[in-house]
Design a protein around this ligand. Structure first.
Ligand SMILES: [Zn+2]
Length: 1077
């Protein structure tokens, strides 16, 4: 969200890849739960986090982007976050004999107190496959199989294989079992990722039967995929020549090919890739496992098959089980697969050799594509990278480096971050921080939005600041704040919607994959204690200064990357690709061309032919009787303190209090709306009369688990007025609730809007972030734009996070210098119009005793609030004019959207709408937009509060063709013939979304959202019944409603100038064109 994005270390957001619906479009995860509003909020600003840097995901992750999430992300590199929430009990054991009988030997066994789990390492005797079996009381069970897959070139083999193995296997011979699981299981996690050196296939579920179904499909996919015998899958997921008619031009198609074109259209991603390859030029990290679009077409089917044969073997696999299921059953399932193999030498051939450290620093200058007409003055990027060590580090040193990372860069008050941003030399930091998920740890720091003359200065400032930090050490308050933040995060162990067991797996595997001890990363207590003791005894300087000196300042393995903007690069690359394809065509005979056209048609036909029912039936699925009939209810008590409504949720939270204070935007003047995100950031980062913002930030770090402030808007079904709020969210240990509320009060009432320089930084960081969003999440920008045409809440949202916001920021940047007084008093005016008891709601989640204990602190906080806001109530009524719009950016792939309001047809919300819209995404759009269209993603989203139904595509090579597919949706539904099994699957999948797994804080928050949007438990129950009884007739009836998108909808595309021109030529000026970058 807004306030966090500005200070996010973005270490981990370098690349994430959606297979299916990106974060905010997991539309149905919310629906009946009415959690649509946070989705909307995310849509505006946040980009989803991924589990690792430069990791390719098969499908988007749903990760909350709270302030603390950011901290967790950063710590996750070097800390394991695991504190059990329940007392220990004895766990079922697997005896040595039982293991032997199934072909396993028990290697070692430990009780890990950090996660209250018993962990046993087994070895499959015949193949050497290692299995970690973790038993505890967590119902959110996790399985993962991880293979070491080091590539030799940048053709993207591991990534294409990761996509392809999930396209049908021996036991599940249909086109995409993965999609069948997406449709019809209760998974709490289902995805696959490619790292630079490994490929992970994880699944999770709270339902045991469902869990084992998922495990079986994944095991069969990994070891016996159809793709090694079927060139069509390789062509579809990897690359192929497409030729519809011999008279036309040949083009490249392929899901990964287009996915990577998208990646190579984002400057931050290009920089990350160049840096990684330059820092380790001599081993497997010197190439791109994801695939460089220039190299992908060099990959042959033979090499692809060979890679699978070599590395997808039990001898090269590590398998993880976690949760409350029977550990013996795990071994039974595995032995069935592993026993079919003999040992192979793959474990030796896949070994990663360390990169030898350089004796001299190096410097690399590269170009990256920018728009032709843009301002090139402040477009350089510069980043300094170090490879820290040739040999693995001991755990205490790793912990200390993680700590150091947080001290230097973790918060806006951290010195390295602060000094760089305050220098004014650049607009924002680029991916910066420590990273230890590959064989050798590394550290990077740099800036973007730098003018050519300042590149050298940024480098010098980085070096001189590091030197200063080594010489002077850190303030003791800063050290205390970092320590508290780290300990709080360990205790809370809040992995959001990411399963805890998966988070642990990724920690463990980061060592295990290199044949190191898989238990070690799970046990942080002792080394953390030792580190704390050393800091107490010797002082923090004695601990951290030698680390900065040894690993950074005196380390000659330093790689500096400078990136320069090049307005010609995009068209050059396009011309190169065109010329290669022309040569290919020129080298073909007439027969060759006819054959290619036939093959293109054959592939298309195969893609569009549905699987036969008997093939679909073989994918295991649950029955409706396995599904609970009632929704999960969150205990909620509605009360009143001094006239303010207070919601209390009595839940076990491990002694942590979560609090949200909600203020109403009903008195805010229209023209102040776009200033709201910067107002929120100013509250967090400007300081008071007595406390500098650094001191204030340290106080928050020392005494709480984090505070954040952000706006929230949503339509409310059946009402004209939208829900428009500002939320202040915080958490602390129960004993520190008084501090939490005092600090909230301090932020809200005492922060002064007087720091012009800092405000200027906020504006330039926001511009950099919005520009990055346009390139990386153009579908979100398009969706916001359409929403802004169709409803008031959407318009407000777009003013605070869409293209309109970017335009506002660009004007504001000039105004900060000319009329700071005016801006400062506008910020004050926003505060006066929000801050009041009137219209305020408080939401609290903790155990009953804590809820009672913190009442006094809350009362005091509320007493300090003014009674009513200044200014009268305003009516929100803004909309953007309805029109088809194309937003031009420099890109190789497009984002295409179309939307309309289905309530305008008189359609009345029925639970079946969620089932139907999920089905449209998973079948019609998946098959046409992704599989045969070649886009990385195609999906739809239904906002049950506003009635807006939107279609969206992601990294899409097409434009008008995709719009035609959207328009065909009504006919698709009318022609649909689904049997009971398919229907049941769709229903179960929808329930899986509705019942998505939530940790206690998320339960309390969802309940607040439902309260704000007027969704009652009775309504949820009714919706659930409607979902469970969805019939084919509902699908047909929905077709009429959805036709409104075709007939009266608006289309918005974020696309390249060439494609927009072509579209406007083909369909006379269909789009109004808007330049953005
Ligand atoms: Zn991918």
């Amino acid at each position: 969200m807004l306030r966090t994005a500005s200070c996010s270390a973005s270490l981990t957001t370098a690349s994430h890849f959606f297979r299916h619906f990106p974060l905010s479009y997991s539309s149905l995860s919310s629906s009946t739960g009415a959690l649509r509003a946070p989705g909307r909020n995310l849509r505006r600003v946040a980009s989803p986090a991924s589990p690792g840097r430069r990791v390719f995901l098969r499908r988007g992750l749903r990760v909350p982007s709270t302030a603390v999430r950011r901290v967790n992300r950063q710590l996750s590199r070097l800390y394991v976050r695991a504190v059990a929430t329940q007392p220990a009990r004895s766990y079922p054991d697997v005896g040595q004999d039982e293991a032997e009988k199934l072909g396993f030997e028990k290697v070692s066994e430990e009780f890990i107190s950090e996660c209250k789990s018993k962990a046993t390492l087994f070895k499959h005797k015949k193949t050497g496959c290692e299995v970690m079996s973790v038993s505890n009381e967590d119902e959110n069970k996790v399985f993962g199989i991880v293979l070491r897959t080091p590539p030799k070139d940048s053709t993207g083999i591991p990534h294409i294989l990761e996509h392809s193995v999930l396209c049908g296997s021996r036991k599940y011979p249909l086109k995409e079992p993965f999609v069948e699981l997406l449709k019809g299981s209760l998974h709490t996690f289902l995805n696959a990722f490619t790292y630079p050196d490994r490929t992970c296939y994880p699944v999770a579920s709270t339902n045991t039967k469902d869990f084992y179904n998922l495990v079986d499909v994944y095991l069969d996919a990994v070891f016996f995929p159809k793709c090694v015998d079927d060139v069509h899958t390789f062509q579809q997921e990897g690359w192929h020549y497409e030729l519809n008619d011999p008279s036309e031009d040949i083009s490249y198609k392929g899901v990964v090919f287009n996915e990577m074109k998208g990646v190579y259209s984002q400057p931050d991603n290009i920089l990350g890739r160049i840096a990684q390859q330059a820092i380790s030029p001599d081993n497997t990290y010197g190439v791109d496992s994801g695939g460089d679009p220039k190299d992908i077409p060099n990959l042959t089917f033979e090499e692809f098959k060979d890679f699978h044969r070599k590395y997808y073997h039990p001898s090269n696999a590590r398998i993880w089980f976690y949760g409350d299921d029977d550990p013996l059953q795990r071994l039974r399932i595995l032995s069935e697969y592993l026993d079919m193999f003999e040992a192979s030498p793959s474990r030796d051939t896949s070994k990663i050799e360390p990169q030898k450290l350089f004796s001299e620093p190096i410097r690399i200058v590269e170009k990256y594509p920018v728009g032709r007409d843009g301002d090139l003055k402040k477009k350089n990027m510069v980043c300094v990278n170090w490879l820290l060590s040739e040999k693995p580090l001991d755990l205490e040193t790793q912990l200390a480096l993680g700590f150091l990372d947080h001290l230097m860069l973790g918060t806006p008050a951290s010195p390295l971050r602060k000094i760089l941003l305050e220098s004014g030399l650049g607009e924002a930091l680029v991916s910066s921080g420590m990273s230890d998920e590959l064989l050798q740890p590394q550290f990077s720091v740099g800036m973007k939005g730098v003018s050519e003359d300042n590149v050298q200065k940024v480098e010098e400032l980085i070096m001189s600041t590091l030197k200063k930090l080594a010489e002077e050490g850190f303030e003791s308050n800063a050290v205390e704040a970092s320590m508290n933040t780290i300990e709080f995060s360990l205790r809370e162990n809040n992995t959001g919607s990411f399963p805890r067991g998966l988070s642990l797996m990724l920690q463990s595997i980061a060592k295990w994959i290199y044949d190191m001890d898989p238990f070690e990363p799970l046990k942080y207590t002792e080394p953390l204690k030792a580190l704390k003791a050393r800091i107490a005894e010797e002082g923090s300087k004695a601990v951290f200064s030698p680390l900065i000196e040894q690993f950074i300042l005196n380390n000659s393995h330093r790689v500096t990357i400078e990136m320069q903007p090049d307005p010609e690069k995009a068209s050059q690359e396009e011309a190169e690709e065109k010329s290669i394809l022309e040569k290919v065509k020129a080298g073909m005979t007439e027969e060759d061309l006819a054959e290619l056209a036939r093959a293109t048609e054959e592939l298309r036909l195969k893609q569009e032919t549905p699987d036969p029912p008997e093939a679909l039936r073989c994918v295991p699925s649950l029955n409706l009787s396995d599904i609970p009939k009632e929704p999960t209810y969150v205990p909620t008590e509605v009360g009143d303190i001094n006239g303010v409504k207070v919601l209390r949720h009595d839940l076990f939270t491990n002694d942590i209090v979560y609090a949200e204070v909600v203020f109403d935007m009903g008195s805010l003047k229209h023209e102040l709306l776009p200033l709201v995100p910067l107002f929120c950031q100013s509250l967090m980062e400007m300081g008071t009369k007595d406390l500098s913002f650094v001191q204030l930030n340290q106080l928050i770090g020392r005494k709480t688990g984090g505070i954040s402030v952000y706006p929230l808007t949503s339509s409310v079904r059946g009402k004209d007025e939208p829900c428009t709020k500002i939320i202040v969210r915080g958490k602390s240990m129960a004993g520190r609730a008084d501090d939490l509320f005092n600090l909230m009060n301090c932020l809200l009432q005492e922060v002064q809007f007087t720091d012009q320089q800092r405000f200027k930084q906020f504006v330039s960081q926001s511009i950099a972030r919005m520009e990055n969003r346009l390139r990386g999440s153009g579908h979100g920008v398009a969706a916001a734009r359409m929403d802004a045409m169709l409803n008031i809440a959407g318009w407000m949202s777009e003013q605070m996070g869409g293209l309109s916001y970017l335009e506002f920021l660009r004007t504001l940047e000039k105004k900060v210098g000319e009329d700071w007084e005016g801006i400062s008093s506008s910020l004050e005016e926003i505060r006066r119009s929000l801050l009041a008891k009137n219209g305020c709601i408080v939401n609290m989640t903790a155990d009953g005793k804590s809820l009672t204990n913190i009442e006094k602190s809350l009362e005091k906080f509320l007493d300090l609030l003014p009674e009513s806001p200044s200014g009268g109530l305003v009516t929100w009524d803004g909309r953007l004019p309805l029109r088809n719009e194309a937003i031009v950016i420099p890109t190789q792939v497009n984002y295409v959207g179309k939307a309309g309001n289905i309530y305008s047809t008189g359609y009345e919300l029925d639970g079946s709408a969620y089932v139907i819209s999920k089905h449209i995404s998973n079948t019609w759009l998946w098959d046409r937009v992704r599989v045969s269209g070649g886009a990385y993603g195609g999906f739809c989203d239904f906002d049950s509060h506003s009635g807006v139904f939107s279609f969206l595509s992601y990294r899409d090579p097409n434009l008008l063709k995709t719009l035609d597919i959207y328009d065909g949706t009504g006919d698709f539904l009318r022609g649909l013939d689904v049997d009971q099994e398919t229907l049941t699957k769709a229903i179960i999948g929808t329930i899986g979304d509705v019942d998505s797994y939530q940790l206690p804080d998320a339960k309390g928050y969802s309940s607040l959202m439902r309260h704000l949007l007027g969704v009652t438990d009775e309504e949820r129950l009714r919706k659930r019944e409607e979902i469970l009884t969805t019939s084919l007739k509902d699908f047909k009836d929905f077709a009429e409603a959805i036709d409104v998108v075709r007939d009266n909808g608006v289309a918005v595309a974020v696309a390249s100038a060439e494609d927009i021109d072509a579209a406007n030529n083909a369909r006379s000026n269909f789009f109004e064109v808007k330049k953005a970058l």
